[in-house]
Design a protein around this ligand. Structure first.
Ligand code: SF4
Length: 279
């Protein structure tokens, strides 16, 4: 059965990878990367999703800025959808923030940051921490209409330092902070022979408890915990227009270009497999 792993999938949201390549090589990567880049001439097929009830598309990758057509894709899709943009931030500067801001359909910019400079850059790349902090500062000092979200994968290596990190760099900056459970999939899984998952992994319930504690200590902040259970409820669209679940192993549902896509998607909705989503 193709979609038995879907659980409760969100009905109006889809995550769309516009390329599977990336300019980083994070050890925690949830993605199995290859050379696929979304072809701009296939944009027409994405309009089908609007007719099927999708209202929000999260533009992701790999690194979406590694697709040279990213601006065309954002502009075309914003005619029909609200957009979220998930990037590693390396190619975003003040000019790009202003570009994002002038498109009122882009509602959210989502960036990773894993903790202190030394720790973060050991996962991403030297200079990545300072880049994200500079984006946060620019965001804070500008009048931007979109929301800024910082994503942090929580492991035993950074948990004890995260409150200090939050207070120093994120508290009061009007950013959403989303904590994620390390997932055993994608490139992380492929590298598993050299990574001690059991010794790094923290259960989602502990992460939720940490987020609750932070929210009670620092009121009016926006701190959320995303667990494996949340993440399985995301439909992902690959650059070649394969539609997959995000968990546990990118189970392919169908291809957007296939003739039976609409029938299969509607069946999911009718069977009540589709529920409203969250970012
Ligand atoms: S986690 Fe994101 S930024 Fe890091 S290598 Fe994977 S796709 Fe690139």
């Amino acid at each position: 059965m193709k979609y038995q792993n879907l659980g409760g999938i969100m009905t109006d949201y889809i995550s769309f990878s516009i390329c599977n390549i990336c300019n980083l090589c994070c050890p925690y990567c949830y993605k199995e990367k290859d050379e696929h880049i979304f072809k701009i001439e296939n944009l027409i097929y994405l309009k089908k999703l609007k007719d099927l009830g999708i209202n929000v598309i999260n533009i992701s990758g790999g690194e979406p800025y590694c697709n040279p057509n990213i601006h065309n894709i954002l502009e075309e899709l914003s005619e029909s959808f609200y957009l979220y943009l998930s990037s590693n931030g390396l190619l975003i500067d003040k000019k790009e923030l202003d570009y994002i801001n002038q498109n009122q359909k882009i509602r959210l910019l989502s960036l990773p940051l894993y903790g202190s400079r030394k720790y973060n850059d050991s996962i991403t790349a030297q200079g990545h921490f300072d880049k994200i902090i500079s984006i946060i500062k620019a965001y804070k000092s500008g009048a931007y209409g979109f929301s800024l979200k910082i994503n942090t994968v929580v492991t035993k290596d950074n948990l004890l330092d995260l409150e200090r990190f939050y207070v120093e760099y994120l508290l009061g900056k009007d950013v959403i902070w989303r904590l994620f459970e390390l997932q055993f999939k994608g490139d992380f899984k492929l590298r598993s022979s050299s990574v001690d998952y059991a010794n790094m992994h923290i259960d989602g319930k502990i992460i939720e408890g940490f987020a609750q504690k932070m929210n009670s200590l620092y009121r009016d902040e926006k701190i959320f915990a995303g667990t494996k259970t949340d993440l399985k409820n995301v439909l992902m669209l690959e650059p070649n227009l394969d539609v997959c679940t995000s968990h546990p192993d990118y189970v392919k549902v169908t291809n957007l270009l296939s003739e039976d896509f609409e029938v299969e998607f509607k069946k999911l909705q009718e069977d009540n497999h589709l529920i409203c989503g969250k970012y």
